[in-house]
Design a protein. Structure first.
Length: 315
């Protein structure tokens, strides 16, 4: 993996060879990070260990280089994460020397604030909202930076880059203030906070192309590997843990798969793939006609599943 120092010290001639779109997106994201630091007192970067939040970390490094990232990372841990993601998370924060805050959904369950789902489509993904809102209140964060993109899902396409939440953590999609060009308005009332999306204008292909260009290390689960899986509802589910519900008649078989997104294991399906390098993944994504969230069963609970969760305070 190429270090940030090596990247920044590249000759200008190589930098000039980068694609104009990639340059523009990176510059926009860095501008947004600097606006967050300038306008808010207690920002935090929401970190899942996935490719989008890993890309955000690199962008934050560039935005504040040579200083360290001036705010903590926070992971809302469902307890049902892929082990590869958690291992990568811990190693990355140690290498960067940044503060990591972890708040667990299991604690919210133990405290009786949320109820564990049961059954075939049970997931802790929706339970994250309560844990997140409690953490925001605990640390008095006024800006939460995350890797949501407009191309992922139609509810996310409605978001502003600076997206205001009320004092209950809720999002009112019909009453958002205008956001003109790059005039980012961070003014909020007492109790409100803002969700910030520096890569809102990026696509999945843009993220992967950036990872390829920057030589950013990511969890191995994103690359093709042999895994015991089973099929349900046209999707491929991991059978290598006790988190994913499986009935006795659902047959386990070994397939070559990878994951396009690394959310809660109980609601994140794999895709068949032989893409075992970043170059092959970029090529595969370029040819794909299905959103990465097509493998997230929690988005399929209803037509407006994501929007309802966001209204309640989900990221």
């Amino acid at each position: 993996m190429e270090t940030l120092t090596e990247e920044i010290q590249k000759p200008t001639t190589l930098v000039q060879q980068e694609r104009p779109r990639a340059n523009a997106l990176e510059h926009e994201a860095i501008y947004i990070f600097r606006e967050v630091a300038a306008q808010f007192e207690r920002p935090v970067l929401l970190f899942s260990g996935g490719k989008d939040s890993i890309s955000l970390v690199r962008l934050a490094q560039k935005a504040f280089w040579p200083s360290k990232i001036p705010f903590p990372l926070m992971h809302i841990d469902t307890g049902h994460n892929f082990p590869e993601t958690i291992e990568f998370r811990d190693r990355l924060v140690q290498e960067l020397g940044v503060e990591l805050i972890v708040r667990k959904v299991q604690d919210s369950i133990d405290q009786g604030k949320v109820v564990e789902e049961t059954g075939k489509y049970a997931s802790r993904n929706t339970l994250q909202t309560t844990t997140l809102l409690d953490a925001i209140e605990e640390f008095k964060f006024d800006a939460c930076i995350g890797g949501a993109r407009r191309d992922e899902e139609k509810a996310r396409a409605k978001e502003r880059i600076f997206s205001v939440r009320d004092d209950f953590g809720q999002w009112d999609e019909k009453n958002q203030r205008p956001e003109l060009f790059d005039m980012l308005n961070g003014e909020i009332e007492i109790g409100q906070n803002v969700r910030v999306f520096p890569i809102s204008n990026w696509t999945e292909l843009d993220v992967w192309s950036y990872i390829e260009k920057e030589k950013i290390e990511i969890p191995s689960i994103y690359f093709a590997h042999k895994r015991n899986v089973f099929f349900r509802d046209g999707l491929i589910w991991s059978a290598e843990d006790e988190v994913v519900y499986r009935t006795e008649d659902e047959v386990v078989e070994e397939r070559m798969v990878r994951f396009r997104t690394v959310g809660d294991m109980s609601c994140t399906a794999a895709v068949e793939s032989h893409a075992d390098t970043i170059e092959k993944v970029v090529s595969e994504i370029r040819d794909s006609k299905i959103s990465e969230r097509g493998a997230r069963i929690d988005d399929k609970r209803s037509e407006a599943a994501m929007e309802k969760r966001k209204q309640q305070g989900y990221f």
